[in-house]
Ligand binder design. Structure first.
Ligand code: DC
Length: 231
């Protein structure tokens, strides 16, 4: 039997609100399928970090776009399989998860000029395929022709608990109520922004992760990918 020739590797979009478990599940799925995991939220976070360091006003879209034009953001995988972010050549992965960045990144991601450039870079990263791209507007805007689209969601409390655990691992103690409020606020900005808001694609596979173990979520996602590959 001749093997089907694929013009490019699989392209998978994973979207959903903050704390829905996207990055953990998407990373595990990518590793199991031998695909490259690309965290687009980290790109906005990297720009937020540079803006804070340079004292650039995060409400000023033109200033942020100018800063981005002069910024190199590289998403890469280490030999032991971890995802790393290089900002102008420096490894900044842990710093991107700080409470300061959590509090400012949604504002950075709101500006049209910033989004246009980020989307251009993201599409370039996906050109060759073989990628799992995680974000908010991947299935609807960045890669509308993705082979598979997942939309992960979870209750607000479950998402706040996950964020609290993630932050604790990084050494930050943040009250549950405060995180809940911050996530609500971030949902409001992400879903309400005029340019490419958080939205579920009409053809996305929706998975509610509220009361599911990550392994179970990953299993479902991988099974769908294998079905897609077998077509
Ligand atoms: O997934 P995250 O929490 O790391 O995302 C950080 C912020 O970036 C969040 O406020 C939403 C925004 N974002 C976006 O607007 N579009 C994307 N594709 C990814 C993230």
């Amino acid at each position: 039997m001749t093997q089907m020739v694929r013009p490019r590797g699989l392209v998978i979009a994973v979207d959903g609100p903050a704390g829905a478990g996207k990055s953990t599940a998407a990373q595990a799925m990518a590793a199991m399928l031998g695909l490259l995991y690309l965290d687009t939220g980290a790109m906005y976070r990297a720009l937020a970090l540079k803006a804070l360091r340079r004292d650039v006003d995060v409400c000023d879209g033109a200033a942020l776009a100018a800063l981005l034009a002069d910024t190199a953001i590289v998403l890469q995988r280490t030999d032991d399989g971890r995802s790393q972010v290089l900002l102008d050549g420096d490894e900044v992965s842990a710093q991107l998860r700080s409470p300061e960045i959590n509090a400012t990144v949604a504002e950075v991601a709101r500006h049209r000029a910033v989004r246009e450039e980020m989307v251009r870079r993201q599409r370039t990263l996906a050109v060759a395929g073989g990628v799992v791209m995680d974000g908010r507007d991947i299935g609807t805007h960045v890669l509308p022709d993705a082979d598979l689209k997942f939309y992960l969601t979870a209750s607000l409390d479950a998402r706040a608990r996950r964020r609290q655990a993630d932050l604790a691992q990084l050494g930050y103690t943040v009250r549950f109520e405060q995180l809940r409020e911050e996530i609500l606020q971030r949902d409001f900005v992400d879903a309400g922004r005029p340019h490419h808001p958080l939205q579920q694609a009409a053809d996305a596979i929706v998975i509610d992760t509220t009361s599911q173990e990550v392994s179970r979520v990953v299993e479902q996602m991988v099974a769908r990918c294998r079905q897609r590959l077998a077509r």
